[in-house]
Design a protein around this ligand. Structure first.
Ligand code: LLP
Length: 416
């Protein structure tokens, strides 16, 4: 059952009525369900229970400390892409020894920080990065564990902005260069070769491309073993999607598991995952209030108090987010453009939604748990929304709404 459901004609998050949250914390407000995060994590855990595995949650999807802490308590590891994300993992009680560091542009300072905290592995994306890690590890008297992110050149069949596993993308080392790079890495004094990884893309509902890519990358692991370069983990990245549209089915987790378990049958390598969206995407919504209704000759606009600075996915990817009235009204629906107050025509949350609306109504923008708050900005000098996590009948404020003076407290004017 979804953590967000109508009870007595009012939309709830677990056992908390959303109007009560709007009353207490104001809008716009991100609302997360601990039970929904736990359920998604447990489903993933169960699917891979038959073999050694480690789920490294992709922190970028939602990096609120409370979210990270819930996952750390469930036993998750973490996939980070910056020194800042590492500090968040530590602040949330995550284990650096179960943390892997992805990304094409790790700075020397970030590499030093990560080595200092003893992370599990660097997912290396180029020969130049390998040399930098080797040099810094040498300076620190450490050996850095590494994996190469290999570009499988398989089409994830998803939005072009979130597709990463094709030759033309900036990510990973080329397939043909992988083995020579491993040979080079194995000979470096301050490097310990421990794994191989790839990440194909995001929001994949059909696991077939990911399983196909896994097969291609696994062939490299086997070839390396014949040369005496034995790897202890096989990291298949993230990317499994969640449904966004009404009636859309769930991503095929069982098929994904079947494909990967079959590929690794009889093998002892730890299977590592980097899921983000799958664990939190449908565990969150963005609660917003209708400020004005502006019916027009050509289009009807409902101006809400959340905007593209709060949730940029519709503007950036033309992403669809379902929109539910918190207290559904009777009466014939009209077709509305759901827009925010920001001065951009791209400032919309949804087009052509059939809803029965009145000024002051609350709307829930669904599937906003992943790549929602984390991609928000202060554009138009708008403080970022607050975040609340629901746990049963309790609501915890896990990030305060940003106050306006805070937004320019790091700025200064010129001297006279
Ligand atoms: N691992 C790596 C190396 C990644 O680059 C990503 C996401 C993940 C794991 C997690 O992917 P997931 O399981 O969440 O699909 N902002 C976009 C999504 C960008 C994904 C970037 N990389 C969106 O809102 O759809």
């Amino acid at each position: 059952m979804s953590a967000f459901a109508l009870k007595g004609g009012v939309l709830h998050a677990e056992d908390v009525a959303l109007p009560a949250l709007a009353e207490e914390f104001g809008t716009p407000c991100y609302v997360y369900s601990r039970a929904a995060i736990t359920a998604a994590y447990s489903a993933f855990e169960r699917a891979f229970a038959p073999r050694p595995h480690l789920i490294c949650y992709a922190v970028k999807a939602n990096s609120n400390l409370a979210v990270l802490n819930v996952l750390a308590r469930l036993g998750a590891g973490f996939d980070i892409v910056s020194g800042g994300e590492l500090l968040r993992v530590l602040a949330a009680g995550g284990d650096p020894g179960r943390t892997i560091f992805s990304g094409v542009g790790k700075t020397a300072a970030e590499i030093r920080l990560a080595l200092g905290h003893g992370i599990k592995c660097f997912n290396v994306e180029s020969g130049a990065e390998l040399d930098r890690i080797d040099r810094i590890a040498g300076e620190l008297g450490k050996r850095a564990a590494i994996s190469f992110r290999v570009n499988p050149d398989v089409d994830a069949k998803t939005h072009r902005y979130i597709s990463t596993g094709l030759k033309e993308n900036k990510f990973g080392v080329a397939y043909a260069e992988a083995i020579p790079l491993y040979r080079r890495a194995a000979a470096l004094p301050n490097i310990k070769v421990t794994g191989i990884d790839f990440h194909l893309g995001s929001k994949m509902m059909d696991p077939a491309p990911a399983v196909e890519a896994a097969g291609k990358i696994f062939a490299l692991l086997e070839a390396l073993a014949t040369e005496g370069i034995a790897l202890s983990h096989f990291d298949v990245g993230g990317g499994l999607g969640v449904p966004y549209e009404p009636g859309e089915g769930e991503a095929d987790l069982a098929g994904y598991a079947r494909g990967l378990l079959q590929l690794l049958e009889g093998r002892s390598e730890t299977l590592v995952f980097e899921p983000g969206r799958y664990l939190v995407g449908n565990a969150g919504l963005l609660l917003t209030r209708v400020e004005y209704l502006k019916p027009g000759a050509v289009k009807n606009f409902a101006v809400v108090d959340a905007a593209m600075n709060d949730l940029i996915r519709p503007a950036l990817y033309e992403a669809y987010h379902d929109m539910l009235p918190v207290t559904p009204r009777d009466g014939a629906p009209s077709t509305w453009q759901i827009v925010g107050p920001v001065c951009e025509s791209a400032d919309f949350l949804g087009h052509d939604r059939a809803l029965t609306l009145a000024e002051g109504d609350l709307l829930a923008v669904m599937s906003a748990g992943a790549y929602g708050f984390v991609m928000s900005s202060n554009y138009n000098t708008r403080g970022r929304a607050c975040e609340v996590m629901i746990d049963g009948a309790r609501a915890h404020l896990i990030r305060e709404r940003e106050s306006t003076p805070l937004l320019f407290c790091h700025e200064s004017i010129l001297p006279r």
